[in-house]
Design a protein around this ligand. Structure first.
Ligand SMILES: Cc1cc2nc3c(=O)[nH]c(=O)nc-3n(C[C@H](O)[C@H](O)[C@H](O)COP(=O)(O)OP(=O)(O)OC[C@H]3O[C@@H](n4cnc5c(N)ncnc54)[C@H](O)[C@@H]3O)c2cc1C
Length: 294
């Protein structure tokens, strides 16, 4: 294996014999056993291609989250929930970002990106990344994509910029016209971390059985918060335990690694079939090697 992020493969996982195929070279013939082979997923695979594009706008959603819009020279075919490698050639940096837009607008991509003050890519958001900046896009990647034609409840669980793929999945679901109960759990620290609340209120009015459940872990007196508190996985466990929705659930969890790990454990406890559980952990690229691209 070449250099890799310890966020992607912990020492315990490595000692248990796990490897990262994306960082591994085979020097002789190997036999690969496909576990949990998903025929539906395989039939939806899309060849990875490279695109060039231009940044058309950067909008402030919260104090540290931005909405980025990119216009591509040719359409990118993808499924809601997938991600691409977004590059800024003038800054020499590439990072993985999930589309917030839907496959219905394959030339106009949107991304919800969280700023890290020291981040090689995200710190450029309010400086170098201005409308007109040339970008590259490579993809699509990822298996956390919306499964179609499921009658049971859909669970969306996210925090921070984990909103990006979940918003795409939700919009794609709405556009499909399918009807199913939806519970969307979203975690933030304080009220200032929440955004698109008006859009969620409008969706709640238009869909028959939809609940958006924001959960704040550090709400202060100034927040005057009367909603759910604690960590998002705790609210997920409590509320889903109380609601006892009937039907086979499929679940999507996206965002920071610890949040997704905690949510996956709760989903297991709630009895969601692992084959119906889909997740993308927003693993930092530079935990061990500063310029390592995904
Ligand atoms: C499959 C996938 C999909 C992703 N989708 C999105 C998305 O839709 N939106 C989005 O905002 N991000 C997403 N990410 C994360 C993204 O790829 C970058 O890792 C992130 O934007 C930080 O990159 P950077 O260059 O700004 O920071 P880097 O230069 O890579 O890191 C600099 C420092 O910032 C801090 N930092 C960076 N990332 C994190 C983190 N996740 N948690 C805690 N501290 C961190 C650390 O201190 C780090 O040392 C995704 C990641 C993956 C793997």
């Amino acid at each position: 294996m070449e250099d890799y992020s310890t966020f992607a493969l912990s020492e315990t996982e490595r000692d248990g014999g796990q490897i990262l195929l994306c960082r591994t070279y085979a020097y002789s013939d190997i036999t690969v056993e496909l576990l949990n082979y998903d025929e539906d997923l395989m039939s939806r695979s899309i060849p990875v291609k490279e695109f060039s594009g231009v940044l058309t706008s950067v909008t402030e959603l919260t104090h540290d989250i931005r909405l980025l819009k990119v216009e591509l020279e040719k359409p990118l075919k993808f499924w809601a929930g997938q991600f691409v490698e977004l590059g800024v050639p003038s800054a020499g940096v590439t990072r993985s970002y999930s589309m917030a837009s839907t496959p219905g607008t394959p030339n106009q991509l949107e991304f919800i990106i969280r700023k890290y003050p020291e981040g090689a890519f995200s710190s450029l958001l309010d400086t170098t990344l201005t409308p007109g900046t040339a970008v590259t896009v490579k993809g699509p990647f990822g298996t956390c994509l919306r499964r179609e034609g499921r009658p049971g409840p859909m669970l969306l669980v996210g925090g921070g910029s984990g909103m990006s793929p979940l918003w795409s999945i939700l919009q794609d679901h709405i556009a499909s016209g399918e009807q199913r109960p939806i519970r969307f759990f979203y975690g933030g620290r304080a009220k200032r971390d929440l955004f698109m609340l008006e859009e969620f209120a409008a969706i709640a009015k238009s869909l028959p059985d939809f609940q958006f459940i924001p959960v704040l872990s550090q709400a202060g007196p100034d927040d005057a918060w009367t909603g759910e508190t604690g960590f998002v996985h705790e609210a997920l466990k409590r509320i889903m335990g109380e609601q006892q929705l009937s039907g086979e659930i499929d679940a999507y969890a996206c965002g920071p690694v610890p949040m997704v790990d905690a949510a996956l454990l709760v989903l297991q406890e709630l009895g969601v079939d692992p084959s119906n559980t889909h997740a993308d952990k927003f693993t930092p690229a530079s935990a061990t090697a500063p310029n390592l691209a995904h």
